[in-house]
Design a protein around this ligand. Structure first.
Ligand SMILES: Cc1cc2nc3c(=O)[nH]c(=O)nc-3n(C[C@H](O)[C@H](O)[C@H](O)COP(=O)(O)O)c2cc1C
Length: 192
């Protein structure tokens, strides 16, 4: 499992604290069974009316689709994604399968699916680093998706490189305090 020295105010399952978004990955390839186990975790995320609106496509490094996926990334992300084992596009259907109505929770569901994926990856010593820095329209065109689908994010997946991470002085980020984000009943006057 990935390890961080993050601490929480209340005791929680350590996998949640240890999931983070380092950039340092080993450059090792990932086998299909390992990668699919992460998607398996994502598949079990909650979904309104069991609509299951979230979809994924991926490219593994040194395979046919890698360069096309890599080219979608913003320059800043390309700088560190070269050592990823796979790049994933996560997208979601905006329209419910029930009565063909808009389903505004589609991206909420995609987020939940990503977190499941990331927690499973973390538990196996892998990084799943989400990215908004990529060309969404290019991704949409690549996949041939119309406007009934939202391109939610991309993420890089790879084995965590502890030494490299230390050398580049990556530090897991902290969070706002609970009192800044959680309120009982009503919002305080000074709220942002
Ligand atoms: C929607 C979204 C988009 C993000 N885009 C990028 C990105 O383009 N490049 C990057 O290096 N990190 C990106 N991140 C990672 C965040 O910077 C990171 O999750 C945040 O700083 C919290 O750190 P942690 O994930 O290590 O806990 C993104 C995260 C999310 C959720």
């Amino acid at each position: 499992m990935l390890k961080t020295n993050r601490t929480s105010t209340y005791t929680i399952n350590e996998i949640i604290l240890n999931r983070w978004s380092p950039r340092a990955m080993t450059g090792e390839a990932i086998d299909d069974a390992t990668l699919m186990s992460f998607f398996e975790a994502a598949r079990w995320a909650p979904t309104a009316m069991n609509n299951q609106l979230t979809r994924f496509t991926y490219a593994k490094r040194d395979t046919k689709h890698w360069n096309t996926y890599f080219d979608l990334l913003a320059e800043g992300n390309q700088k560190w994604c070269g050592d990823a084992a796979a790049l994933v596009i996560i997208f979601s259907r905006k329209i419910s399968y029930h009565k063909d109505r808009p389903q505004p929770s589609h991206s909420f569901e995609a987020g939940a699916a990503f977190e499941n994926f990331a927690l499973e990856a973390t538990s196996q010593g892998y990084v799943a680093h989400p990215m908004g820095g990529f060309d969404k329209e290019k991704a949409r065109n690549l996949l041939g998706l119309d406007e009934s689908w939202e391109i939610d994010a991309m993420f890089a997946v790879g084995e965590y490189a502890a030494e490299k991470s230390k050398e580049s002085e990556e530090i897991p980020s902290d969070r706002k305090s609970l009192s800044e984000i959680v309120f009982e009943g009503e919002l305080p006057d000074a709220f942002e």
